[in-house]
Design a protein around this ligand. Structure first.
Ligand code: GRF
Length: 195
């Protein structure tokens, strides 16, 4: 059997990476997490990769001449792993249009809002400031825009006011940890594609 090879890009804690490792990863099995790349060398998620025996690498912008050369090196590393799918799981940097084009239809992101509402940073806080009755989580393909690509899966969460941001973040994370692995499974099973 050929494994569906998944690479994960992170910048921080990596709880979504952990969900993918716990729920999907099996070396040589149907879905294998073949590599974890971080934009920050101190990211806690790198330790999760190590604990799972998954190859990892760091690509801080400061180590490269430009974002273009960084993304070129990152793309070369992902290709060397034979990644079929690249998952942005809390990767907090913009990727160049060249990188996005290189992996077109093969990169997904998890975002803590019901896109197209609240793209970009502080999505949960901005939803609460707007006093919307619900927010949620979106897994979507990545295009050149900011959180604008075709949606794979979405799940809503009710909000009540006054809102407790920490409690909402916890619920959002709970949803992310179910939705992101489910989206990867659907893509691996060729039940969804970017069109
Ligand atoms: C998640 O909330 C995700 O929606 C956002 O970044 C956060 C990453 O969390 N893009 P973690 O590092 O997976 O714990």
């Amino acid at each position: 059997m050929t494994s569906f090879r998944v690479a994960v890009l992170i910048s921080g804690t990596g709880t979504n990476l952990q969900a993918l490792l716990d729920q999907l990863h099996s070396p040589g099995g149907p879905i294998e997490i073949v590599g974890v790349a971080s934009s920050r060398p101190e990211a806690q998620g790198l330790r999760r990769a190590e604990a799972a025996g998954v190859e990892s690498a760091t690509f801080p912008l400061a180590d490269h001449e430009s974002r273009e050369t960084r993304d070129q090196a990152l793309g070369d590393w992902l290709d060397s792993l034979g990644a079929h799918l690249v998952v942005l799981a809390g990767f907090m940097e913009l990727l160049t249009p060249e990188f996005v084009a290189r992996f077109e239809g093969r990169i997904i992101n998890v975002h803590p809002s019901l896109l197209p509402e609240f793209p970009g940073l502080r999505a949960i806080e901005r939803a609460v400031e707007a006093r919307v009755p619900e927010t949620g989580v979106t897994v979507h393909f990545v295009d050149e825009g900011m959180d604008t690509g075709p949606i794979v899966l979405q799940q809503a969460l009710e909000l009540s006011y006054p809102a407790d941001i920490a409690e909402i973040e916890e619920r959002v994370h709970g949803v992310e940890h179910r939705l992101l692995p489910r989206a990867v499974q659907l893509i691996a099973a060729k039940r969804v594609h970017d069109e």
